[in-house]
Design a protein around this ligand. Structure first.
Ligand code: GLN
Length: 255
């Protein structure tokens, strides 16, 4: 028995040594030439999969911003695509260095991560069928509401006290609406516009009195001021010289 334990200890310490030397597992995000950005590439026009994206197969406003942040700091951007709900956990674990995912800054999230200077203003809107009688948020009472799991849209609908069905992807929720299985999808404004232009028979209903403005920002692990400074420097430049608004126009009009 003792012999066996010894063997296990030896194997374990060898594995730790190899990991330490090769910077494997959780340390992969610490490569000093690379910024590993986590995203959920299901959120056009900010991030989506394309045959020829700005970073490998990933394209969109956020992906272009990520690329410039890395390049202007003499580094390379890498993307890890994962579920939206996993992003802040992956950041905490060190699997990724930063989150760029059209992520709205909220008080809750600020407890888990530090956020950059905001780079985009958004709001939640309602996508409905063209003939829908929903004209304001309170008209959702008694309707079949679809949201996307973990998005701020889910929080809004939940806070309004309505029951809803949560989907993993925006496209799935929109398909439910198109197929008449739900009456309204609550989602971020620019993404809603994209879905409405991609699908016939849908329209957007806004209710600024019911949905507060939101700001998107990049998240880093709490206390990672070194990376946050690098990110903020580039974001502030891109805001000042109009690059971000140009990207927003370009990707909203694309296709
Ligand atoms: N802005 C929303 C949020 O932060 C949705 C973001 C996203 O789906 N990528 O929850």
């Amino acid at each position: 028995m003792k012999k066996m334990m010894k063997k296990v200890v030896v194997i374990l310490s060898m594995a730790m040594l190899v990991c330490g030397l090769a910077a494997c597992g959780g340390d992969s995000a610490k490569n000093s030439d690379t910024i590993t950005f986590g995203t959920n590439a299901e959120f056009p026009p900010f991030e989506f999969v394309a045959s020829n994206g700005v970073i490998g197969q990933y394209d969109g406003i956020d992906m272009s911003i990520a690329k410039q942040i890395a390049e202007k700091n003499g580094m390379t951007a890498e993307i890890e695509n994962m579920e939206f709900d996993s992003l802040l956990i992956a950041l905490e674990n060190g699997q990724i260095d930063a989150v760029i995912a059209g992520m709205t800054v909220t008080d809750e999230r600020k407890e888990e991560a530090d956020f950059s200077t905001p780079y985009y203003e958004a709001t939640q809107v309602m996508i409905v069928k063209e003939d829908s009688d929903i004209k304001k948020a309170s008209d959702m009472a008694g309707k079949r509401i679809c949201v996307i799991q973990g998005y701020t849209g889910e929080t809004c609908v939940n806070d309004m006290g309505y029951s809803y069905e949560a989907f993993k992807k925006g496209t799935e929720a929109v398909m439910e609406l198109v197929n008449g299985k739900c009456d309204v999808v609550v989602i971020d404004s620019a993404t809603a516009k994209k879905y409405v232009s991609d699908n016939e028979g849908l329209k957007i209903v806004e209710d600024p009195a019911a949905f507060e403005g939101e700001q998107y920002a990049i998240a880093v692990k709490k206390g990672n001021t070194e990376l946050l400074d690098k990110i903020n420097k580039v974001i502030e430049e891109m805001l000042a010289d109009g690059t971000i608004s140009d990207l927003a126009v370009k990707y909203s009009e694309a296709e």
